[in-house]
Design a protein around this ligand. Structure first.
Ligand SMILES: Cc1cc2nc3c(=O)[nH]c(=O)nc-3n(C[C@H](O)[C@H](O)[C@H](O)COP(=O)(O)OP(=O)(O)OC[C@H]3O[C@@H](n4cnc5c(N)ncnc54)[C@H](O)[C@@H]3O)c2cc1C
Length: 399
């Protein structure tokens, strides 16, 4: 009888918690140590830009019932280094843990806007503490400026409008959510915000700011010479993967930990990366990618947990990216190939608030976005998941 294998999971959020639960499910005897730098019970992230901001009662996004049985959870204990040769992780409290396998699930953190460093009333949104601080400031009934028209910024704008606040979105790019959505869909999103009273200014860059302490107001200087004044500024301009803590290791890091299709970090035999922090080779698309969506974190967790318990029958993470977002009472869902350049777009309006945009390449459906069209999106998502990987390879990929 062998001693139980030990897996250390770094990061107790969407991916890490799911990995712990899947490992426990796959192997009741596995020793699982879960560490996180935050001093919180594990919680879910999507409610932080939605119900946590807009609901009268503060909902609890905590995830405590998803794990428990025999998992050694150490909160407030960041990993500060990994030694792949010795298979050890060093923690912030000075302890060193030896692992048989480790899963790196350290996620991503908001990019900061240098022009706003040191200005009070500027918020970034990633943690429960960030969301509670923003929630408290929104209760002062401020004028809200959101810098960044991606999903997080748009959701904050929508939550602030639900509270009846004055909201402006400043977006540097040509259009909203351009990293994820094709042009006509960005325009539909901007129209939804306009309909609900949000001022959206695209192609506008914030290049400076000043704070008026008497009025507790922030004045943002824009590149077109204009200024906008708000009482609260929320910045949502993207994130960077949390890999700095492992920078001194020999691990391959390139906008995330670089992994093979089985999510093993390249050059290692017993170290996996999952969720927002993983840049992995997705065999379905024949390409490396990093995906910052909730479902991806959960799917990765299941694959890594399987591969640890069944090393001789490894699975590949050939996932189809999927994300949802709730804005102004509309459920937006987006599925498929993360590269939507050179696709044909077919837009179908089922009612004034229900629409489906379908994307195809060479007659083959490669993705879709729905506005309040959960049934249609579920069908397309299933169809994409069932498609055999080779038919999806993009013409321009080299590998
Ligand atoms: C406000 C908000 C709303 C969102 N809404 C949606 C949505 O509606 N739909 C959707 O699909 N996706 C949404 N997302 C994205 C989704 O939540 C993320 O993709 C998901 O949280 C990724 O999970 P993760 O576990 O990989 O990383 P994270 O959730 O970022 O968790 C990483 C964890 O690692 C910990 N950590 C970091 N460094 C260390 C270290 N050195 N040592 C120990 N611990 C460390 C952190 O404290 C954190 O707990 C949202 C994200 C946010 C922030």
């Amino acid at each position: 009888m062998h001693a139980a294998a030990t897996t250390v999971i770094v990061g107790a959020s969407v991916a890490g918690i799911r990995a712990a639960a899947a490992l426990r499910h796959n192997d009741p005897h596995h020793r699982i140590i879960l560490v996180d730098g935050e001093n919180e019970e594990p919680y879910d992230k999507p409610p932080l830009s939605k119900a946590v901001l807009s609901n009268t009662d503060l909902p609890s996004p905590h995830l405590t019932d998803h794990f428990g049985h025999g998992i050694d959870y150490r909160k407030g204990t960041p990993a500060v280094a990994v030694d792949t040769a010795a298979s050890t992780l060093s923690l912030g409290d000075g302890s060193v843990i030896r692992y048989d396998n480790a899963i790196l699930a350290t996620g991503s953190a908001p990019r900061h806007l240098p022009a706003l460093e040191g200005i009070p009333c500027v918020h970034y949104l990633r943690t429960f503490a960030d969301a509670t601080a923003l929630r408290n400031d929104l209760r002062r009934r401020p004028r809200v400026i959101v810098v960044g028209g991606g999903f997080i910024g748009s959701e904050v704008a929508s939550s602030a409008r639900e509270l009846g606040l004055d909201v402006t979105i400043i977006e540097a790019g040509e259009r909203m959510a351009a990293r994820v959505l094709p042009e006509p869909v960005s325009h539909a999103l901007a129209a939804l915000h306009a309909l609900h009273g949000v001022t959206v200014r695209c192609r506008t860059v914030v290049h400076g700011a000043s704070y008026d302490a008497d009025r507790r107001a922030v004045e943002l200087n824009l590149d077109d010479g204009d200024t906008v004044v708000g009482d609260v500024v929320v910045v949502g301009i993207g994130t960077t993967p949390c890999t700095d803590w492992a920078a001194d290791s020999s691990l391959p890091i390139r906008d995330g930990f670089v992994c093979g299709p089985d999510l093993r970090v390249k050059g290692t035999s017993n170290l996996y990366a999952i969720g927002d922090v993983a840049r992995w080779f997705n065999p379905r698309y024949g390409d490396e990618m990093r995906v910052e969506h909730w479902t991806n974190a959960r799917e990765h967790a299941a694959v890594a947990a399987h591969n640890i318990v069944h090393p001789h029958a490894p699975r590949h993470a050939s996932t189809v990216p999927f994300v949802w977002s709730d804005q102004h009472g509309t459920r937006i869902q987006h599925v498929g190939d993360p590269d939507l350049t050179a696709v044909d777009i077919d837009a179908v309006e089922l009612s004034h608030s229900t629409r489906v945009f379908t994307y195809s390449r060479g007659g083959i459906t490669v993705g879709a976005t729905g506005f309040n069209a959960q049934g249609a999106l579920a069908k397309i998502r299933k169809q994409l998941v069932d498609q055999r990987a080779p038919s999806l390879h993009r013409d321009h990929t080299h590998h």
